[in-house]
Design a protein around this ligand. Structure first.
Ligand SMILES: C[S@@+](CC[C@H](N)C(=O)[O-])C[C@H]1O[C@@H](n2cnc3c(N)ncnc32)[C@H](O)[C@@H]1O
Length: 307
């Protein structure tokens, strides 16, 4: 799909924004008239903040290829590590992929750092044309962060969102820091934070799983997150929220805590109904110094963080 492009100068660098699986409509709406071309899940557009992207191709280039072997050679001549982003000509792309060095897609153990080796992305956009980006924002294949899961200790799979956030940002609470975990039941996030050695104030209207509730360092308060006044809690190093609520209501809660000056950092899940609330999403994105991102382990959600 080609569209006329009103804003970009011909010399502006062009990036490729890869929609998370199932969220191309959100990415399309977010990029709007900045989009220059859509290739499967990839939208080419100038530099701009984007939340609904699993990966950003930093410098996409078109490469003409004479054959399968020639395609693989031209990619290998640039660098070792490439991951295919499926788009068109699947069979031919698979044959090129077979001729490239294997890139490990093994799940990682939480606590190990994100890979540092450059990982490029490529796709076939015509039988004789590769679109490739040697550099991408994510060191994980197509931005998909997979972990060796713990199938016994945490009470649900929500813990994967925090594991991913801490891994991709490289930041996490230190031992002895105070974490307020809003909407904490059944306790996956509180379990992660407790495991890092943090002191956890865990708040939900529903009870915690007893196995989490009994862990040392977790204080549970059965209450509504919205009824909790910052002064009743006191200063916290991190405020986490995974409360199921309209993003607008979460924004009010965040603004209350920011005004109090009692929370140093925030990590909150914006949970969307259908249709996606882009207006509130933009208000979160506009909070100075904050980041809005779609984690691989997010559903119809975004993670908003204020360092
Ligand atoms: C997705 S779950 C949270 C999962 C949790 N982060 C974990 O890791 O186990 C959403 C939670 O929001 C809670 N919730 C909904 N409204 C709330 C409110 N007003 N105050 C506190 N918690 C609320 C629900 O009870 C539910 O437990």
């Amino acid at each position: 799909m080609h569209r006329s492009h009103a804003h970009a100068d011909m010399t502006d660098p062009i990036y490729g924004y890869l929609a998370p699986q199932g969220f191309l409509p959100q990415l399309t709406e977010e990029i709007g008239s900045d989009a220059m071309e859509t290739l499967g899940r990839l939208i080419l557009a100038p530099a701009r903040p984007v939340a609904w992207a699993a990966n950003r191709w930093e410098a996409p280039i078109r490469i003409q290829i004479a054959s399968i072997g020639d395609g693989a050679k031209k990619l290998r001549d640039i660098q070792r590590n490439w991951v295919l982003t499926p788009h068109l000509h699947h069979r031919r792309a698979a044959l090129i992929e077979e001729k490239l060095p294997k890139v490990s897609a093994k799940p990682i153990v939480f606590g190990s750092p994100a890979p540092t080796a450059p990982l490029g992305s490529w796709m076939l956009i015509a039988p004789d044309t590769i679109l490739a980006s040697p550099r991408c924002s994510s060191p994980f294949p197509n931005g998909e962060v997979r972990f060796v899961e713990d199938k016994t200790a945490p009470p649900n799979r929500a813990y994967l969102k925090l594991w991913e956030f801490f891994t991709v940002t490289g930041e996490k609470p230190g031992a002895g820091q105070t974490c307020l975990d809003l909407g904490s039941s059944p306790g996956g996030w509180s379990w992660v934070l407790q495991g890092l050695g943090a002191k956890v104030i865990s708040v939900d209207k529903a009870p915690l799983d007893p196995r989490v509730a009994s862990l040392a360092g977790i204080e549970f308060r059965q209450a509504s997150a919205f009824a909790l006044e910052p002064a009743m809690v006191g200063p916290v190093d991190w405020l986490f929220s995974d409360v199921v609520c309209y993003p607008e209501r979460l924004l009010t809660l965040v603004e209350k805590w920011r005004a109090s000056g009692l929370a140093r950092r925030f990590v909150c899940t914006l949970k969307f109904q259908t249709p996606t609330d882009f207006a509130t999403m933009r208000r979160f994105a506009a909070i100075p110094g904050s980041r809005l991102m779609h984690l691989h382990n997010n559903k119809h959600e975004l993670t908003w963080a204020l360092p």
